[in-house]
Design a protein around this ligand. Structure first.
Ligand code: HPA
Length: 279
């Protein structure tokens, strides 16, 4: 076992010794979306700083705590706040919580984020189900010797974003009367926002939304054999012909406004997973 595996094992054992039930579903929330999962029943809550080997979230709009408890009858582990490449974390650090989830037995991962809309039929505040992604970070969490205990050397990515979870999410949104878009998420390293030429490029290559997170976690989760669902909150629209600066304040505000809708949707998806609707 290498040092990374030892660290993951230690973090997982630290948690499991404090939990009565192991989580089977993971949720990672994005900018301004920390409240996207409300209170969990019987929750065990801990700051990242108090977890062995966890990086600490440094970003405004990210609360930096982990909760494990019951949501819609399922044991769920929620990361309120994530780690980004632009903070200087390595892909291994960014995906560390996913590996801890894997060690605890998490089989489904729900990723949410704030993203800039590239598809001009989208509106500010829309929720977009991620159907696919384009990894433009120049990084990959699987670079280096493959840890065969964790997953295969060359993970299959044709259905990285689980089609059954996408269908379940769409159905849940319909049931709740929540409008959702579908689209392709382009993941960039950041932290600089996109130039109009970059926005044009991203649209041309087929992206509907752009952000600075999510793809590292999705790749690690697919490697781990998890079913992955992603929901982006479109916090601003990037129109290359009418470029408008997006401020962090605006992004956080729009994400905060969308959080209750996202919360209902996540809860309905978790309930659906519990019923076995996606298998
Ligand atoms: N670009 C990149 N990341 C983002 C954006 C954006 O316009 N909005 C929210 N996150």
């Amino acid at each position: 076992m290498n040092q990374l595996q030892e660290n993951v094992k230690e973090a997982a054992e630290f948690l499991s010794s404090r939990l009565s039930h192991a989580p089977t579903i993971g949720v990672i929330t994005g900018t301004g979306l920390g409240s996207a999962v409300g209170t969990l029943e019987g929750a065990f809550t801990i700051n990242y700083g108090d977890m062995p080997h966890f990086p600490v979230s440094t970003v405004v709009g990210h609360s930096g705590q982990l909760m494990v408890g019951t949501l819609a009858g399922q044991q769920v582990m929620v990361m309120q706040g994530r780690f980004h490449l632009y903070e200087g974390y390595t892909p291994i650090q960014v995906t560390f919580p996913v590996r801890v989830m894997q060690a605890l037995g998490v089989r489904h991962l729900i990723l949410s984020n704030a993203a800039g809309g590239l598809n001009l039929s989208f509106s500010q505040g829309d929720l977009m189900i991620i159907g696919d992604h384009i990894n433009l970070t120049g990084e990959n969490p699987l670079v280096g010797p493959n840890l065969d205990d964790w997953g295969p050397r060359f993970p299959e990515m044709t259905a990285a974003w689980d089609p059954l979870l996408v269908a379940l999410c769409r159905q849940a949104a319909d049931g709740l009367g929540i409008a959702v878009q579908d689209g392709v998420y382009a993941g960039l390293k950041g932290p600089s926002l996109e130039t109009p030429a970059e926005i044009r490029f991203l649209k041309t290559i087929g992206a509907d939304a752009v952000g600075m997170s999510t793809v590292m976690e999705a790749i690690a989760a697919v490697h781990a054999g998890m079913r992955v669902l992603g929901i982006s909150t479109i916090t601003n629209i990037n129109d290359p012909d009418h470029p408008q600066p997006a401020t962090l304040e605006e992004i956080v505000e729009v994400a905060n406004q969308a959080a209750p809708r996202l919360r209902s949707l996540i809860e309905a998806v978790v309930a659906g997973i519990g019923r076995g609707d996606q298998s």
